[in-house]
Design a protein around this ligand. Structure first.
Ligand code: URA
Ligand code: CA
Length: 434
């Protein structure tokens, strides 16, 4: 087999066999196939696409390019959740303990991540003492005992994806549905998931800016998952404005506590219940989605979900007292209010730009080397559709710097107030299943 022929075949729009795809992934991971051939191949895929069969084969080839996590010693159906990423997306912090409180095992491998705020691990590390440096045996033991544990990315998972993603990044081939879908799914499958619940975001703060693209990505991932024997579904949710109110690491932990107590923002609560119901149902712990939702709501009402969060934090060295006393979370030195300059209704809160403002405060990493400030960030006191009066605070800014004028200006530039009443955006656009 020659890489040249495989590139030409894809260039001409023909379907590749499993053997051809395996040949590419194995050869490229080992370094036998050079970057220039892999680049041409990705570009051919970019223009010609891939059939569902090819996508599934590419995904599994990447899964087998490195280590995989074996979760078979954990009892029950391991359902993983994945978000394509957004601004102030606090859902994993809520979902992990919430779903675990119904005895659904949550064995989560998470990242630190680049971007507007830290990843789930950074957020959790704002809890004093919490750590994710546990070995696989301890990880599995914790999930069996408590139904929930979070571990940092360990081992050599999907090296083919790592290498290919870096190449795509510099060859204008990131934005290809088959390549994105196989990249995301390979990581979930290598991490040991039996079933996968995807949250595909759409809007200004999302990777997929419009609903059509989000839907296509969701369908591509759902198809791959189900073809390779992982029960997979996707929710397409709004990311035109940030999710919930808090954007920032410690601030999002506080928001998760509020949500687990039943006092969280409506959109974050609704999305958590929607995704959570799907996870509980996929795990076989409810007879229907309605039943799953009722059980989750009861878990919040009874305090069981919050107790599970405490157990989870404590089991990984975290100070669980932050749950009853969130002031024990890292606190910023300065607090500023972004006051409305006129009366009206909030029409737009541009998610990505608001996220960038949070990053400028230090809540996120601009590069892999940047240090995160776990205390800083933004809290939206108003969301799209809310009425606002001149002088009222639209956003509270938590900073560790005395001067935030430039950040305030950026925020003003990205919040629109209008005189006409505004409908809040639809939160859940669609549920994609096979
Ligand atoms: N996120 C991924 O993990 N992979 C992609 O290809 C794009 C986004
Ligand atoms: Ca949030």
């Amino acid at each position: 087999m020659r890489m040249y022929d495989i590139i030409a075949k894809k260039r001409d729009g023909k379907e590749l066999t499993k053997e051809e795809i395996d040949f590419f992934v194995t050869g490229y991971t080992k370094g036998d196939i050079p970057d220039y051939q892999a680049s041409a191949f990705c570009m051919a895929i970019y223009f010609q696409g891939m059939t569902e069969e090819e996508r599934a084969n590419l995904t599994m080839a990447m899964v087998h390019s490195g280590d995989t996590i074996d979760l078979s010693s954990i009892a029950g159906v391991k359902v993983d959740k994945h978000s394509t990423g957004g601004v102030g997306d606090t859902t994993t912090l809520v979902l992990a303990p919430l779903v675990a409180s119904l005895d659904v095992p949550v064995a989560k491998m998470s990242g630190r991540g680049l971007g507007y705020t830290g990843g789930t691990i950074d957020k959790l590390e704002s809890v004093p003492g919490f750590h994710v440096e546990i070995d696989n045996a301890e990880f599995i033991k914790l999930v069996n005992e408590n139904k929930v544990a979070v571990i940092g990315q360990s081992g050599n998972l999907t090296p083919a994806d790592k290498k290919l993603y870096s190449l795509r990044d510099v060859t204008a081939t990131v934005n290809s549905i088959p390549l994105i879908a196989s990249s995301i799914m390979s990581k979930k499958i290598a991490a040991g998931a039996d079933a996968i619940c995807l949250d595909v975001k759409t809007g200004a703060g999302a990777f997929m800016k419009n609903i059509e693209d989000a839907k296509e990505l969701a369908q591509a991932m759902v198809s791959i998952g189900n073809r390779v024997g992982r029960n997979t579904m996707a929710v397409i949710s709004d990311m035109s404005q940030p999710l919930g109110r808090a954007i920032g690491n410690g601030l999002e932990v506080k928001e998760a506590i509020e949500t687990l107590s039943g006092n969280g923002p409506l959109d974050l609560t609704e999305l958590s219940l929607t995704l959570g119901s799907q996870m509980v149902y996929l795990a076989g712990k409810a007879s229907s989605l309605e039943d799953a939702r009722a059980k989750l709501e009861e878990s919040i009402r009874s305090g069981k979900a919050l107790d599970k969060f405490k157990t989870f934090l404590k089991s990984q060295g975290g100070n669980e007292e932050i749950v009853d006393n969130p002031d024990l979370l890292p606190q910023a030195s300065y607090k500023f209010e972004l006051e409305a300059q006129e009366d009206g209704y909030i029409k737009e809160i541009v998610a990505d730009e608001i996220g960038n403002a949070a990053m400028l405060l230090g809540a996120g990493r601009a590069t892999k080397e940047s240090e995160i400030d776990l205390a800083v960030g933004l809290v939206l006191n108003k969301k799209i559709g809310d009425p606002v009066q001149k002088g009222e605070s639209m956003i509270t800014i938590y900073a560790n710097q005395p001067d935030v004028e430039a950040i305030k200006q950026k925020l003003y530039n990205n919040i629109t107030v209008t005189t006409n009443k505004v409908e809040p955006p639809k939160l859940i656009h669609e549920i994609v299943k096979q």
